[in-house]
Design a protein around this ligand. Sequence first.
Ligand SMILES: [Zn+2]
Length: 124
Amino acid sequence: MNPRTPLVGTATEMVGWCIELEAGMTRRLNQYTCDRRCGLSLLSEDVDEGVTPFQLPCVCGGNLVSHFYHVQPEVVDKPADIEWYKPTSKQLKRMSNELLLHVTQGGLALRIVSDSAAHLWRLA
Ligand SMILES: [Zn+2]
């Protein structure tokens, strides 16, 4: 699979409570950790300017909750599992109305960039 395939179809979950980026970060890293016992934690990186959701749906049915850009020191040199990016107009044409609205309001779209994260969503 192409690891940079946009994750289309979860727009409803992605829209919602968005948070502003902290200024002055070299890599805009964030972590999303499951609020249930599955223990999943994903490292995200914002590759464009914009706002990102407070939480994402977890594969276990729980919610992956944002660390508000306060990441653990041991992850700062690691590659991200997911990226937040500003879609091109061509990419926007493939996205749902909810995601389109999110992006036009300054929100970023999500794509999976690690094989392990792709495997979780059964995309690999
Ligand atoms: Zn979970």
